[in-house]
Design a protein around this ligand. Structure first.
Ligand SMILES: [Zn+2]
Length: 89
């Protein structure tokens, strides 16, 4: 239930999550999150964060999206360069 595959919808900035329980849920996302997530990405949904999607496989991007301010940081960093909160990896 806390993970699934994403499908992107360009018009409304929503992603459709197919959860491990087989149910599909639509989530509205901000633009940086929308641009970060790609179809078929395996994500973890962490609703306690402002930006609640964490990709399982971040290596192909080489970047991690801050869970707090939704900005991209290099995968080598441990804290966000913009809001200085820890990066979830
Ligand atoms: Zn940040």
């Amino acid at each position: 239930m806390n993970s699934g595959n994403t499908t992107r919808h360009r018009t409304k900035f929503t992603v459709r999550i197919e959860c491990d329980d087989g149910k599909r849920r639509k989530k509205e996302v901000n633009i940086p999150t929308f641009e970060y997530l790609e179809i078929g990405d395996r994500v973890r949904y962490l609703p306690k964060f402002p930006q609640p999607f964490e990709k399982y496989d971040k290596r192909k991007d080489g970047e991690v999206l801050c869970m707090f301010c939704s900005r991209r940081n290099p995968l080598t960093e441990t804290a966000c360069a913009f809001c200085h909160k820890p990066l979830i990896k």
